[in-house]
Design a protein. Structure first.
Length: 395
């Protein structure tokens, strides 16, 4: 390794086929690549409600050379942890009550002991942020508030130690990820994974994308208020709904303010109960006046049915302007020819790249684009199984 040219080593480190395990080995065996490997390894880190992720996050922040390498922090959200986790931690008795004629065997008794006694303790012990205790709602809510009050300043202080941090992300935790259990509660049975906290069809909106709304958004405002050249501003945001129901009803003025300094925004929105909620998303986009790149996905679950083009005007409200927007990618977003033409007209002075994925693109749209003044696209693409063919008067 030491005899290889530095340029070749950097190419090896940048290869997409090199995983984190390989980078960790290279970092330890070669001083020549240690700094570059550290930069690659710790450029993207994550945190979640798990004790293990919280501990790892603060350990990285405590070491200046690692904290300086961080460019992106992802909050791994636990899907439906507010609505389904209580059914793991506090299983309703009616779901576990055996039939009166059933006589349990020794194996059955062991299973019930695990479900009723050991599993709830393990589930609760995994998380540092309490979830709603529906058996004692007020007590559980106050406990959660106290944990938030004590964690927030520590979280902010840790992020303040990351001078090159520019991106926040919020997305669901992988369902097959094995969750690290406290040693005193370890079990020889199957490991706990993210999928034990299953998504449900419940339409409750409590705590969706909790890490983003409760901690990340307030920190964006905090970082902007510091007004220092030593800390890079948060200009990139990547958010995927953790649930089959969207976090959008949680959007308030504080969330809107968190979008003001963004240059790159990627949103993947799931189902919403009321299309009027999309106006809140529109206010977020309107606040991001300096936005340069936008990716928007509205792929909805079948349980909510298809969406109509009316949501387009709620999201892309005409009163908002984005004079620097140069890249737009829309995925499964419904629109009419007139709606998309008006959006492109408003951004024609800066727009360079336009892409549609799984959208119903009017067949003559590309011809209509030629009529928009000041529009000079470098790239245009539409990848979709559906193409609409309209008559002459539909444009």
């Amino acid at each position: 390794m030491e005899s290889l040219p530095a340029e070749l080593l950097l190419q090896i480190l940048g290869d997409s086929r090199i995983n984190n395990a390989d980078l960790r080995r290279l970092r330890l065996v070669s001083k020549q690549v240690s700094a570059a490997a550290t930069s690659h390894l710790f450029s993207r880190i994550h945190i979640s409600k798990l004790h293990s992720d919280r501990e790892t996050f603060f350990n990285i922040a405590a070491q200046p050379h690692l904290a300086a390498a961080v460019r992106s922090v992802t909050w791994l959200e636990m899907a439906e942890d507010c609505t389904d986790l209580p059914y793991v931690a506090y299983p309703p008795a009616v779901l576990l009550r055996p039939l009166e004629t059933w006589v349990p065997s020794a194996d059955d008794a062991a299973d019930f002991d695990f479900l009723l006694c050991r599993l709830p303790r393990m589930a609760r012990a995994l998380f540092w942020l309490p979830f709603e205790n529906f058996q004692s709602y007020h007590k559980g809510t106050e406990e959660r508030r106290e944990v938030i009050r004590s964690f927030t300043p520590d979280f902010f202080a840790a992020l303040d130690k990351m001078p090159n941090l520019r991106e926040f992300a919020s997305r669901p935790m992988h369902p097959r990820r094995e969750l690290v259990q406290p040693s005193e509660l370890s079990t020889p049975l199957y490991p706990l994974t993210g999928q034990i906290f299953l998504q449900s069809k419940c339409k409750k909106t409590m705590q969706r994308n909790d890490g983003f709304c409760t901690f990340m958004i307030p920190y964006i405002a905090h970082r902007a208020s510091l007004k220092t050249d030593t800390l890079a501003p948060i200009t990139r945001l990547y958010l995927v709904d953790e649930s089959i129901w969207s976090f959008i009803p949680r959007i308030n003025s504080a969330v809107v303010d968190g979008f003001r300094n963004l240059k790159y925004l990627e949103l993947c929105i799931s189902n919403w109960q009321n299309s009027r909620h999309m106006k809140r998303l529109g206010r977020c986009l309107g606040a991001a006046e300096g936005l340069e790149e936008l990716r928007l996905c509205l792929e909805r679950d079948g349980l909510a049915g298809k969406h109509s083009s009316t949501v387009f005007d709620l999201i892309f409200q005409p009163k908002y302007r984005h004079p620097r927007l140069r890249d737009i990618r829309l995925i499964a977003v419904p629109f009419t020819a007139l709606q998309i033409l008006l959006l492109i007209s408003r951004t024609a002075g800066s727009l360079k790249r336009l892409r549609f994925d799984n959208c119903s693109v009017p067949g003559r749209l590309i011809y209509a684009l030629q009529l928009i003044p000041n529009l000079w696209l470098e790239s245009f693409s539409s990848v979709s199984a559906t193409v609409l063919h309209e008559t002459e008067d539909e444009l």
